[in-house]
Design a protein around this ligand. Structure first.
Ligand code: CO
Length: 134
């Protein structure tokens, strides 16, 4: 059902430090920062030959990554994102098997303009999993 690894997302307390690490020290191509107020994050995308890395910095008062950064003050791997052909079919299959989809269970528009859902880390081997229709 799942296809490519679309991205790995890393939550960071300081986006500028993250940009410095990936752009200057690791020599990767890093996008301009993008504010996603509806997701409570500011992001940059790092293009690698075989996938992307996203750095997420909290944006606003009720950022969903604020609690994660309280537990991981230096930052940390926040989620992995796998591509699926049909997000509704994927969601329905997982829900039928007892997997919890976060929020109201309906796909939201993700950082790349495509529909996404998130699976509860309890059902993802301790890892938050994002599915993106690609
Ligand atoms: Co993501």
């Amino acid at each position: 059902m799942i296809g490519r690894l679309n991205h790995v997302a890393i939550a960071v307390p300081d986006l500028e430090k993250g940009i410095h690490l990936y752009a200057e020290l690791l020599g990767a191509k890093v996008s301009k920062p993008l504010d996603l107020p509806e997701h409570g994050v500011r992001v940059v995308f790092i293009e690698l030959p075989n996938t992307k890395i996203e750095l997420l910095e909290p944006l606003g008062e009720k950022s969903p990554i604020a609690a994660f950064l309280n537990k991981n003050p230096a930052g940390g791997m926040h989620h992995v994102c796998y591509e699926v052909d049909d997000i509704i079919a994927a969601r329905d299959k997982l829900v039928a098997e007892g997997v919890q989809v976060l929020g109201d269970g309906e796909p939201k528009t993700g950082a790349h303009g495509n529909p996404v859902v998130f699976l509860h880390p309890r059902d993802g081997l301790g890892t938050l999993i994002e599915l993106e229709q690609a």
